[in-house]
Design a binder for this molecule. Structure first.
Ligand code: V47
Length: 377
């Protein structure tokens, strides 16, 4: 369809040159990104993002059968954005024993889960051997399950605590069974904002450097951006451009997940929750700017299943998975359920007019036998 025919769909004339680029498959600039975040014309941005999404993935929406495991909420950092981390002396803080982690991993979906997503607080006493044993124990008990574990922030902390290089930590954990890494901890790379929302964390440059290093060692990862706090449109675009530049170099990011800030129980409680408009805008702009990252995930836990479903027509091609038990968002006031059954995910995706495809972490299709269906429904 030509740009002329689309005039009625586009209210904001500033979007016309961007539409032309999208139609020709050309890369969008920093200035384009700012226009996309600033325009109120959500439907036009969504239309363009959907063009790219369907070009890449047709009518398919991916989901997986996964389980989140958070071994500890003890954390030496006190990031203002977080409601999950607790000090070691806090009577409500927890650290699971290795046996508890292995046992928890096996609850319910044992024979069906294809991925464990493992992240935790920055614990001041756990050792590198403990983390390696945790991974080896999971691999022994669940050899077919992909272990997506530890953020770049955890790797940097381990390196400091264990007096090792980031590379050495990555190598030890990889050898023990860490297959890939989740995308958390990236927050917003701009120092001005980072200093306020997570001043105890590594800076944006180090986050990107560890991602680059992991990718070069053959360890893929996801990437994220936390939005809806004190960042502005330029900060968001800067973040996306930095991810895009690393991806040009390494090709190691599998999926991008925009994460909406949940303020409850954090020192930033006065900030309003994001709206459905902002959530959909972040999905759509990411799809348009991140032309070299294959997948955009609308994480239903964070967006609510309803918005994550609509997002499948605004640029997203993934809705995440069964999750089973989620702590980071629920500690910060998420009102979504803790997990969704496989059939519920299928229903949400089909009702959006998309074809659900169960995937593993590397986006291979998962074919189910009758026996695993019985566990999953
Ligand atoms: O790293 C922490 C963010 C992340 C809050 O890789 C908060 O597949 C909002 O990274 N409000 C954890 N966000 C979640 C995450 C993730 C989730 C799903 C899939 C994947 C993946 C990764 O959540 C943290 C931080 O960036 N976070 N506190 C909060 N109050």
């Amino acid at each position: 369809m030509t740009t002329d025919l689309l005039q009625p769909v586009i209210d904001d004339q500033r979007l016309l040159p961007i539409l032309e680029k999208v139609q020709k498959g050309e890369r969008l600039s920093q200035a384009d990104g700012v226009v996309l975040f600033r325009t109120p014309d959500l439907l036009a941005v969504g239309y363009m993002a959907n063009l790219v999404r369907e070009r890449l993935h047709g009518n398919v929406t991916y989901f997986n059968v996964n389980r989140h495991i958070n071994p500890t909420d003890v954390c030496v950092a006190s990031c203002k954005l977080c409601a999950f981390g607790k000090k070691a002396k806090d009577p409500t803080a927890y650290t699971m024993s290795l046996e508890q982690i292995w046992e928890r991993a096996g609850h319910g979906y044992t024979d069906a889960a294809t991925e464990f997503h493992i992240v935790g607080g920055l614990h001041p006493e756990l050792t590198v051997d403990w983390y390696c044993e945790m991974l080896r124990g999971l691999k022994e008990r669940f050899p077919k399950v992909h272990l997506k574990a530890f953020t770049m922030v955890e790797i940097a902390y381990f390196a400091k605590r264990f007096k090792m290089s980031n590379e050495e930590v990555l190598r030890r954990l990889h050898e023990a069974g860490m297959d890939s890494m989740p995308g958390g901890g990236a927050e917003i790379f701009t120092e001005r904002v980072r200093r306020i929302i997570c001043d105890h964390k590594i800076d944006g440059g180090e986050w990107l450097e560890i991602a680059r290093m992991a990718h070069k060692m053959g360890i893929k990862s996801n990437c994220t951006m936390l939005y809806g706090h004190i960042e502005n449109e330029e900060d968001r675009v800067d973040h996306l451009m930095k991810l895009r530049a690393v991806q040009d170099e390494t090709g190691g990011f599998v999926t991008y997940i925009p994460l909406a800030f949940h303020p409850d129980n954090t020192p930033l409680e006065h900030i309003s929750k994001t709206t459905g408009f902002t959530d959909l805008k972040n999905i759509a702009v990411a799809r348009l700017m991140l032309d070299n990252i294959a997948h955009i995930k609308a994480y239903w836990v964070m967006m609510t299943p309803k918005i994550a479903q609509v997002a499948q027509r605004f640029g997203a091609d993934d809705i995440d998975g069964t999750v089973v038990e989620e702590k980071i968002y629920h500690d910060a006031g998420a009102e979504t359920t803790q997990g969704l059954r496989r059939n519920e995910l299928l229903g949400l995706i089909r009702a959006a007019g998309r074809e659900p495809v169960e995937r593993d972490t590397a986006y291979n299709r998962v074919e189910r036998s009758e026996s695993t269906f019985a566990i999953l429904v």
